[in-house]
Design a protein around this ligand. Structure first.
Ligand code: NAD
Length: 305
């Protein structure tokens, strides 16, 4: 089988070597398309691929149409909104992600941005500490659980809400289970977003919700920009001069948010999963999943069932 790694933004060399070892070790052929600049290059490269490993690369209906032999596409990472899952399903192509592989990397970045925010973006003035503050985790998945673990090290009082994870599972992890999303925002000094971008969550972080936060509330986003209702958050930040917003996904309205000097920060490029460890882990996991799929039809991580 031919396994194509198509990455506009390439994996680290160590990750490519790890992928190669897995793929060739299982008797498959590895092809690489890195740093491509034109869609046509991707359309040409996928034509004879049986399997595809991608990062943030877009696998649209057009790409799937060009990939006549494709059986499986694996997004090395957690979010898979860059794959047209419905189109893949219609063509009988299995779409998978590699959950959990970059969760610690993202969780550590939450605290990088959070310390920066509570210390007033290092402007020389006294800030506050995290010890004893209430942290709200919206969605208790792979990233959320890592955030909880690290938050306890800081001595924070940790709360979480997840629409699909039962309260007793959250409590068993030593975290207070909030009764609702609203309650989480009302209770906590900081809320960190870890929800996927779905029809239910898109635009859901709006003025009414964030407006429930106490004075000095901090919103941290390492999820997706689409979950934020940007016009409403801008409105709230104009009305509430105490609210801070730090994000790893630059909003469309970055220029407008930048006007809130000392209360807003965005990484210039999404940095959450950008660690050597996460990069290597996710790439190798993708290769292993493809091997398992070809060996015995394993679709454990399929996201378009
Ligand atoms: P995950 O699938 O392990 O967890 C997602 C959690 O969200 C699940 O527990 C699920 O029950 C919960 N959930 C789904 N819909 C919900 C809703 N409407 N309300 C409340 N909870 C809901 O995913 P993860 O690995 O924890 O990643 C979370 C998100 O972080 C990803 O979807 C992705 O968008 C983002 N992410 C960003 C980066 C980055 O570089 N900044 C890297 C990895 C992931």
């Amino acid at each position: 089988m031919k396994v194509l790694v198509a990455t506009e933004k390439p994996f680290a060399a160590a990750a490519v070597e790890g992928i190669r070892k897995e793929v060739e070790g299982a008797g498959h052929e590895l092809a690489l398309l890195e740093k491509y600049t034109e869609k046509q290059q991707l359309l040409d490269a996928v034509a004879d691929a049986d399997a595809l490993i991608i990062r943030s690369d877009k696998v649209t209906a057009e790409v799937l149409e060009a990939a006549k032999q494709l059986k499986i596409v694996v997004r090395a990472g957690a979010g898979y909104d860059n794959i047209d899952c419905e189109a893949a399903k219609a063509k009988g192509v299995v779409a998978e992600n590699t959950p959990g592989q970059n969760a610690n990397a993202v969780a550590e970045l939450v605290f990088g941005m959070l310390v920066y925010a509570v210390r007033n973006f290092y402007n020389g003035k006294a800030g506050t500490e995290l010890l004893g503050k209430k942290l709200g985790i919206l969605a208790f998945g792979n990233v959320g659980r890592n955030v909880a673990r690290i938050a306890k090290g800081f001595g924070m009082d940790v709360y979480a809400y997840d629409a699909f994870c039962p309260a007793d599972v959250i409590e068993a992890a030593g975290v207070h289970a909030a009764s609702s999303q609203d309650a989480l925002f009302e209770t906590c000094d900081v809320v960190s977003l870890h929800i996927p971008a779905t029809p239910e969550t898109k635009q859901s972080i709006d003025k009414a919700l964030v407006g429930k936060m106490k004075k000095g509330g901090i919103l941290v986003n390492t999820a997706r920009k689409e979950v934020i209702n940007e016009p409403e958050l801008l409105e709230l930040m104009a009305e509430r001069e105490d609210i801070k917003f730090v994000t790893d996904i630059m909003p469309d309205a970055n220029d407008e948010f930048t006007k809130f000097a000392g209360r807003y920060f965005s990484t210039p490029k999404k940095m959450g999963a950008q660690t050597a460890e996460a990069n290597i882990n996710a790439g190798i996991a993708a290769a292993k999943q493809i091997n398992a799929f070809f060996k015995d039809g394993c679709t454990k991580f399929q996201v378009n069932k």
